[in-house]
Design a binder for this molecule. Sequence first.
Ligand code: ADP
Ligand code: F6P
Length: 468
Amino acid sequence: MRGTSSFLIVANRLPVDRVGDKEWRRSPGGLVTAIAPVMQRRDGAWLGWTGAAGEELKPFDHEGMHLIPVPLSGLEVELYYEGFSNATLWPLYHDVVAKPTYSRVLWDAYRAVNDRFARAAADAAAPGAVVWVQDYQLQLVPAMLRKLRPDLKIGFFLHIPFPPAELFNQLPWRNEILEGLLGADLVGFQRPGGASNFVRLSRRLLGLQNHRNEILMEGRTVRAEAFPISVDFGELDQLVREPRVLRRAKEIRAELGDPEHVLLGVDRLDYTKGIGQRLKAFGELLDDGAIKPGEAVFVQVATPTRERVDEYRRLRNDIELRVGRINGEHGVIGRQPISYLHQSYSKEELAALYCAADVMVVTPLRDGMNLVAKEYVACRHDLRGALVLSEFAGAADELRQAFLVNPYDIDGLKRAMLAAMRATPHELARRMRSLRRRVATHNVDKWASDFLTALESGEGVAEEQLTA
Ligand code: ADP
Ligand code: F6P
């Protein structure tokens, strides 16, 4: 039996996450931020996990989206999600900034869960439907789905970096992952480097022929291309013009003691985000006397994430220790230089925070894109505010007018933070105008329509163009 969805998103998570028995809240992360507005504007269904273990729910509608839950048992959450996805692939694909775990038990669970997602997608998709599979948790789904449903147009988008051979080759199941991805008609990456790593690896490891970014796989053509993801610029730009958001931004500054400079970090509490490096730099600026007590406050919002994975537990301890030390050494009664919040916030509260911040500090050690940087830009129609941005975030390819930094270089980071705090309004406006131009014209709708147009218009490659 065939399903009825002619457009289907397949992602590890649904856009909402289960809280208790009855309530839902927005799921964490950039994938949901980007895909939710795209889905709200299209007819289709979204297939994914509810974030709770052992729960079997019927399909339901939520905020204009049709959602189809895929169940995961407690053991699968541990082995497939926390294990292979987040203790093997996540660190490997992010430059091995933490040591990946290689375990056959985790791999078996990854394969089994990918198979479940592929079957659920095969059941839900209408004949000839477009199925768009998302991210590193589901890299085997394209090939599994093609086997079950060769009539479908299958796209895949990787939200995180795709590593070079020197790193990818560590993976004991490297060929299986490549073959899984090659089940798609179009494989999308954040940066051109990811696409060329993938083409090169397909050639070297699987001996496939290609013509530029098109790979010949079992008589089909698979295209690999970069599609830099983005944010809903229009929605954020509107939101921050609301008087209640502006009022809230003022209130936040007042609650912080109306310092001259408010610096802000907003991240999942992830070791790839360089939170420790930015706090170290800020702490040293206080130690050096470059920032006077009370002159600047650093607000660090760190959303809880993957809390049962060891590396994340360790990171939380490290960050909280560092925050405690800096506040202990430089705080006074009732006022502390770092305001640390281990919580999730609504879109509106985040927008108010972005408006309240003079300097947005985004310093990942490696990041597929980083939507926080683009959200900040979308919120600053007043042309004030400075963006300090790591050159190792995908967003750095586009946001060239940010204060670009190497987050491993603490002195460089300190200089960039000071330069951002001391820049004249004229310089800030010049930079922000150019940043906004980029994000306004390359918003999330453009990202989705570029990808889907490329997927639907895919053509084959002529035999004589191929290189081995
Ligand atoms: P990642 O996908 O690795 O989490 P991104 O920067 O691309 O990183 O996306 C993070 C998304 O999560 C952004 O849309 C951001 O607004 C949102 N977010 C981050 N921290 C919070 C928080 N504390 N509460 C709510 N949303 C958050
Ligand atoms: O690409 C970013 C991403 O890894 C998504 O795939 C993921 O859904 C999100 O961040 C949040 O992580 P998690 O789903 O593990 O909470």
